[in-house]
Write a protein that binds this ligand. Structure first.
Ligand SMILES: Nc1nc2c(ncn2[C@@H]2O[C@H](COP(=O)(O)OP(=O)(O)OP(=O)(O)O)[C@@H](O)[C@H]2O)c(=O)[nH]1
Ligand SMILES: [Mg+2]
Length: 473
């Protein structure tokens, strides 16, 4: 039942698409269009408040300075980064039309029309980092420019002034915030309609957390503690919260640190942190000119300036390694490519089910298409997809339903015992009896359902418990 066990979901969807293509007419081309979704990586969107560090993080993860980052509001279009060659960009307009876009010398995208007419930019580039996920950078929420926030909503939220072809179809989200997320950010996340399984929280700009580089507490250690607190406060929203200093990761992963930078940083050794900034602020004579100090702050931030001086004496490579280690990017990348990706794959499968369903409407072969869709809906191999879909609609309509944690457990558990919240060591008979007992409870609850989403969830839960019970019978 767990998404990592083989990949029965993929195999079943592929078989269904073959069956669809075999129906002839225009269906082979539809099957191939839907197949492209199945064979492309799941799509992970990076969202958060203005200047939360989204583009910096995207660059760090891809390992190339592709997305514009700036102290002022920088990102004004949604950009989808996918693995592919040759390196190129396409512009997708609100009406779904696609036109190629010239790249700048540095690999940026020159927009030929106003951002308000653009649904998103599709950027293809050969990249190992994008082999199994596609990353989507978005303009900040609650931005000074209302247009930018509207751009993000339009591309991401179902029914928000959106045509089908202009949607970026995200399967999971990385949600950046720099302290506790504010009410409007939480509201936006709810509107996105993801689940805690498909949403990863990032406490961003961790190097400046709390009182920053000059405070009594180390900001990275402080942010790690705070991430734990936030994770327990936001359980309904995000699966976990990881502290990340995106700038440190971006500078080290994009090869921007040179030997000259390391030498300049090392030359600043000596004064204590406060004294160092006093010297910089007053413009006292320094071993390094002010422009270079400015470059160093851009590269490694104030935290890097204070704490990177000693390691910089060992050269650019050592400094780079230190920045990577301090940035926390490895933990984020692991989660992104493991659990977040797994659930994003399930979400993508739900998107495929929806596509097949939609095809049946008004199609001459609708009976045959419906029978394929019905086969998928009742396939125990697709159980995790159906559980996640149920969880998603329940969170939308009835987030406090007692069925929510039940669905989450079934999806998260790595073993049958875990899925039923039993100790790992229980004998199979206990698993079987617990599943049977849960089945009875679910069947009894069907009488008093409060919403269509809950009704649908009970059906899926009943099937899940039946499957577990049968497996242990
Ligand atoms: N010290 C520090 N600065 C950061 C970090 N991440 C981003 N910044 C800086 O914060 C500013 C904004 O970063 P961006 O990555 O452009 O932020 P964004 O969320 O993409 O911004 P918008 O697209 O305008 O919403 C830039 O000057 C970055 O260098 C970080 O981890 N630490
Ligand atoms: Mg940005």
């Amino acid at each position: 039942m767990h998404p990592t066990v083989g990949d029965p979901v993929h195999a079943r969807l592929e078989a269904a698409l073959h069956a669809l293509a075999n129906l002839g007419g225009d269906l082979p081309s539809h099957a191939s269009r839907i197949g492209q979704i199945l064979f492309s990586p799941p799509r992970i969107v990076v969202v958060g408040r203005l200047k939360a560090g989204k583009s910096t993080l995207v660059n760090a993860l891809i390992g190339a300075p592709l997305a514009e980052t700036a102290a002022l509001e920088a990102t004004n279009v949604v950009t989808v980064y996918s693995d592919g060659s040759p390196s190129r960009a396409e512009l997708v307009r609100l009406d779904g039309t696609v036109t190629p876009q010239p790249l700048t010398f540095t690999g940026g995208v020159d927009l030929v029309c106003p951002p308000t007419e653009i649904a998103y930019v599709q950027r293809h580039l050969p990249s190992q980092a994008l082999r199994d996920i596609t990353l989507i950078d978005t303009p900040g929420l609650a931005t000074l420019t209302v247009d930018n926030a509207a751009t993000t909503r339009r591309a991401l939220i179902d029914g928000f002034e959106q045509t089908r072809s202009a949607s970026v179809d995200a399967d999971a989200a990385v949600f950046l915030f720099d302290s506790a997320p504010r009410a409007d950010e939480v509201e936006f996340l709810h509107q996105l309609g993801f689940t805690p399984l498909t949403t990863l929280g990032v406490l961003s700009r961790a190097d400046g957390f709390g009182e920053g580089a000059l405070g009594a507490r180390d900001p990275l250690a402080h942010s790690a503690d705070h991430a734990g607190v936030l994770a327990s406060q936001l359980t309904g929203l995000v699966g976990s919260v990881v502290p990340v200093a995106g700038l440190l990761a971006e500078s080290s992963h994009t090869g921007r640190i040179t030997e000259a930078d390391a030498r300049a940083l090392a030359a600043l050794a000596g004064p204590g942190p406060v004294e160092l900034f006093d010297i910089i602020d007053v413009g006292d004579p320094m071993p390094v000119d002010p422009a270079t100090v400015g470059r160093l702050v851009d590269l490694v931030g104030e935290y890097g300036l204070v704490h990177g001086r000693a390691v910089a004496a060992r050269g650019a490579h050592a400094l780079n390694e230190w920045l990577v280690a301090r940035s926390g990017i490895a933990v984020l990348r692991d989660l992104l490519h493991s659990s977040l990706r797994e659930y994003a794959v399930l979400q993508r499968a739900a998107r495929i089910l929806r596509e097949i369903d939609a095809l049946a409407y008004g199609h001459p072969a609708r009976e045959a298409i419906r029978s394929i869709a019905y086969g998928l809906e009742n396939d125990p191999g697709l159980m995790p997809v159906l559980l996640l879909r149920s969880l998603r609609s329940l969170l939308r309509s009835d987030p406090v339903s007692p069925l929510v944690p039940e669905l989450v457990d079934l999806l998260r558990g790595r073993s049958f015992a875990e899925r039923l919240r039993l100790p790992a060591s229980v004998p199979p008979a206990v698993v079987r009896d617990t599943a049977a007992a849960r089945l009875t409870v679910v069947q009894q609850r069907t009488a008093g359902v409060s919403s269509a989403a809950e009704d649908a969830a009970l059906t899926v839960l009943a099937r899940a418990y039946t499957t577990i019970w049968r497996t242990h019978a």
